[in-house]
Design a protein around this ligand. Structure first.
Ligand code: 5RP
Length: 229
C-alpha cells in the first residue's frame, strides 16, 4: 500500500501527542512515517520522551534526535503509537510482521492508550489471512513448534508452521529469540487462541493483540478514518 496512506494516518496520530507525554514508539514502515513527523514537532518545541519497541525504531529515533528513555525510568506510558498487520472489527490485531511483537506487547500493556496507525489494506473481517507470528525460545524450538501444532489440532485448527528466515539465515529477534509463522486459516476466537499459545513452554509471546487498543487510525485514498471501540 502506498506510503501516502501511511503518512495520512501518521499525520492524524500526531494530533494526539501532547506536550510532556511519554510515548511508546512501535515498529514498522507506518511508525517510521510517524517518527519523521514527530521529530519535526520536536524541532518546533514539543517536549516528549519515547520508549522504543525495537532496535530499528531506536536507530531511526536517534537519527531524528527523538529523546528516548526506558519503561523502567518512566514506569508508565501516556500513549503508544504502533502499526498492525491485520485489524478486525473488534480492533483485535495481528502484529509481528516486523518481528518486534514481544517488545511491542510489553509496551502496549504498559500504556494508558494505544493508537494503531495503518493503511486500509490492514482492515479485515476476521483475523488469520496474515500468518500469525509466535516468538519462541531458540532452545529446542522445533519441539516447541510441534507442541504448538498439537495444541492447535486439539482445538480444531489445521495448517502449517514455519520458522522465519532472513534470506537463508534464521531470523533472530532483538531479544535473541526465533519466530514461527503460523498459517491456520481464519481465527474464530482470537482471545482464546492468544491464551492457549502463551501457555506452551518455550513460547514467549504471540502476535494476537486483544483488547490492547481502543482506537485505530486508517489512512486511505479518501483521507483519514478514526475507528473507536
Ligand atoms: C512489527 C509490527 C508492525 O507494526 C506491523 O508489521 C506493521 O508494519 P507496517 O507499518 O510496516 O505495515 O507489528 O512487529
Amino acid at each position: 500500500m502506498s506510503k501516502e496512506m501511511k503518512i495520512i494516518a501518521a499525520k492524524e496520530a500526531i494530533t494526539y501527542v501532547k506536550d510532556g507525554m511519554t510515548l511508546g514508539l512501535g515498529t514498522g514502515s507506518t511508525v517510521d512515517e510517524f517518527l519523521i513527523l514527530l521529530s519535526k514537532e520536536i524541532q518546533n518545541g514539543l517536549n516528549i520522551c519515547g520508549v522504543v519497541t525495537s532496535e530499528k525504531t531506536k536507530n531511526l529515533s536517534n537519527k531524528l534526535s527523538i529523546p528516548l528513555t526506558t519503561l523502567e525510568n518512566v514506569k508508565k506510558l501516556d500513549l503508544t503509537i504502533d502499526g498492525a498487520d491485520e485489524i478486525d472489527a473488534d480492533l483485535s490485531l495481528i502484529k509481528g510482521g516486523g518481528g518486534a511483537l514481544l517488545r511491542e506487547k510489553i509496551i502496549a500493556f504498559n500504556s494508558s492508550e494505544v493508537l494503531i496507525i495503518a493503511d486500509e489494506s490492514k482492515l479485515v473481517d476476521k483475523l488469520g489471512i496474515f500468518k500469525l507470528p509466535i516468538e519462541v525460545s531458540p532452545y529446542e524450538h522445533e519441539v516447541t513448534s510441534f507442541k504448538i501444532m498439537d495444541k492447535l489440532n486439539e482445538v480444531g485448527y489445521n495448517g502449517s508452521i514455519s520458522l522465519r528466515k532472513d534470506d537463508q539465515n534464521i531470523f533472530i529477534t532483538d531479544g535473541g529469540n526465533y519466530i514461527y509463522d503460523l498459517s491456520i486459516g481464519l481465527i474464530n476466537e482470537p482471545d482464546n487462541l492468544e491464551q492457549l499459545l502463551n501457555l506452551i513452554p518455550g513460547v514467549f509471546e504471540n502476535g494476537l493483540f486483544i483488547n490492547l487498543t481502543k482506537k485505530v487510525i486508517i489512512g486511505s485514498e479518501n483521507g483519514v478514518r478514526v475507528i473507536t471501540k
